[in-house]
Write a new protein. Structure first.
Length: 156
């Protein structure tokens, strides 16, 4: 999704549309009511790199926020935002705007990954088929054994 930003001087109104026709979120759009706050957080940049402390300045109900950081150029395009240094869960973020005093981000919502559930379902189906087919094969094997024993006796 392409995020289009309007200058603060632009008239409020509906969000612009991207080239693909999707609705875009604008960090300055007046209909995205923003809640101002001052909350410490840490930007997780990856393994081996120290997290960068930041301040959450505001958030909107649409899922975007403004983070105050000292050097916006050190912030990767995608990162995990932690609300404490010891917290495991965090929010995945995508940088939508680099500002002199911080970055505009959008919280990323991931679709539920159903691949593991599908694999488990296929495994259960295969197990069910095996349980149903095994007695049939065992009975057929016993019948074939007696048939071949009869044929072998007749040939002798």
């Amino acid at each position: 999704m392409v995020v289009i930003k309007r200058p603060r001087s632009a008239r409020p109104g509906p969000s612009p549309q991207s080239r693909s026709g999707e609705r875009a979120l604008a960090i300055t759009d007046s209909k995205n009511e923003r809640r101002h706050l001052s909350y410490p957080a840490w930007i997780e940049r990856g393994r081996g790199l120290d997290p960068i402390q930041c301040q959450i300045q505001d958030v909107s109900e649409e899922g975007d926020a403004k983070l105050a950081v000292k050097n916006a150029n050190l912030i990767p395009d995608q990162f995990l935002l932690r609300f404490s240094l010891t917290s495991q869960p965090g929010r995945h973020c995508l940088v939508t705007q680099r500002l002199p005093d911080g970055v505009g981000v959008q919280f990323v919502r991931f679709l539920k990954d159903e691949n593991a559930a599908t694999a488990i379902e296929y495994g259960l189906i295969a197990t069910g088929i095996a349980v149903a087919v095994l007695p049939v094969i065992t009975g057929l094997g016993t019948h074939l054994k007696s048939t071949f024993t009869t044929i072998s006796s007749a040939l002798k």
